[in-house]
Design a protein around this ligand. Structure first.
Ligand code: ZN
Length: 388
């Protein structure tokens, strides 16, 4: 099993026995509003998903990450983790003071932050570095441009966890996943990031990787999603079927990663790899257009960015090509190994939507029939896509 980035798993969660006292103290503090994404960021810092971060980044750290893909102490990091507020609210905070972070979605306390610095967010610099574009059509840029203009830096302590976006059995912390890995005795663990249902192309990648590892962690990302993305229960329930029917059960496990998708392509691929290292993975699958959106990134830019880090990430990327069914090979193939480009079956998300709208099962060359039937059933119930 791998060590966390920085050597130890961070815990910034209030001990249960101290919670009442912390809540009472927090009631006296000024409140900082946090939307769903910020609440999830806090919880990921608190449970060690973002180790070695212990809080929200100060300006020098953000600049360092944007300029060099490393923190000021040289630790690799590619996506700044910031707490944004309106500038008026930001200017009311003094360094050294504390504030209560208020979960505005559920109207309750989340955490306490000890303010180290308040600084203006350089949004254009952020967009250019992280997303590689300033275009407002890019969903990550659009979201970020809507943030408050100030950032509050400082260490946090999580007091109350939000209601989970997914069933509790899947909402596992790095500590819990590590315990499960230890119990299974896996040494080499490969992590798989997805925001989609388990179709045959992904199964192919997972199994290529699993041939080289003791265990596979299927780790769907569940968080802020855009219209047309699949609902979390469809992805998780679908994978249950796939794992049950098509995997050796002792060699695979699944957990949900509740964090926002940033659509930052290559930079997010590295960020995703670091997160999986913190969950204990030694290897991480990087596919075609990892964390991409629209046509913003070259389809293998996410492969190449890992070359810039060498060994320092401490997790090995498994760079795999985009697979699909080839009717000549009669197998799932990739452009790396199959020359019959004209015989490749390309089915887009739009086409899958259209099939489901007609009550039609996607072809077995694209999706296992059990998953297809399940999807058709869920589509009938209107429980597949976010309508946004
Ligand atoms: Zn072929």
């Amino acid at each position: 099993m791998n060590t966390p980035l920085g050597g130890r798993l961070i815990c910034r969660q209030c001990a249960p026995e101290a919670r009442d006292e912390r809540r009472a103290r927090a009631a006296e503090l000024p409140r900082l509003p946090a939307d769903r994404n910020l609440v999830l960021e806090i919880e990921k810092i608190a449970n060690g998903t973002f180790s070695p971060l212990e809080g929200f980044m100060p300006r020098a750290e953000v600049d360092s990450v944007l300029d060099t893909m490393h923190m000021t102490d040289g630790t690799p990091w590619t996506v700044p983790i910031v707490f944004h507020v309106d500038s008026a609210l930001g200017s009311s905070l003094r360094p050294g003071s504390q504030a209560a972070i208020w979960n505005t979605v559920e109207d309750r306390l989340s955490a306490v932050i000890t303010v180290s610095e308040v600084f203006p967010l350089a949004k254009e610099k952020f967009a250019r570095s992280v997303f590689g574009t300033l275009e407002r059509e890019h969903p990550g840029v659009a979201l970020m441009m809507g943030w408050g203009d100030s950032c509050v830096a400082g260490e946090i302590e999580l007091i109350d966890h939000s209601t989970s976006l997914i069933p509790q059995k899947y909402d596992l912390s790095p500590t819990e996943v590590r315990a499960a890995i230890a119990e299974r005795g896996w040494k080499r663990i490969v992590g798989f990031q997805t925001r989609n249902l388990g179709h045959r192309a992904h199964e192919h990648l997972q199994k290529i990787a699993l041939e080289h590892a003791d265990g596979l962690l299927i780790h769907p990302l569940i968080g802020w999603k855009k219209k047309g993305d699949m609902q979390p229960e469809v992805i998780l329930d679908g994978y249950e079927i796939l794992m049950e029917r098509y995997f050796v059960k002792k060699n695979v496990m699944m957990a949900g990663l509740t964090t926002a998708m940033r659509y930052a392509g290559p930079k997010e691929a590295v960020f995703h790899a670091i997160i999986r290292k913190n969950f204990g993975c030694t290897h991480f699958i990087v596919g075609r257009d990892h964390a991409g959106v629209g046509g913003y990134y070259d389809k293998y830019a996410a492969h190449r960015i890992f070359d810039e880090f060498g060994d320092e990430l401490g997790i090995t990327p498994m760079r795999l090509h985009g697979p699909c069914w080839c009717s000549v090979c009669e197998a799932i193939v990739t452009e790396h190994t199959c020359p019959h480009e004209d015989a490749w079956e390309q089915i887009s998300g739009t086409e899958v939507r259209a099939m489901l709208a007609r009550g039609e099962r996607p072809p077995g060359t694209f999706m296992r029939p059990e998953i297809g039937d399940f999807l058709v059933q869920r589509a009938r119930e209107g429980r597949v896509f976010f309508e946004g």
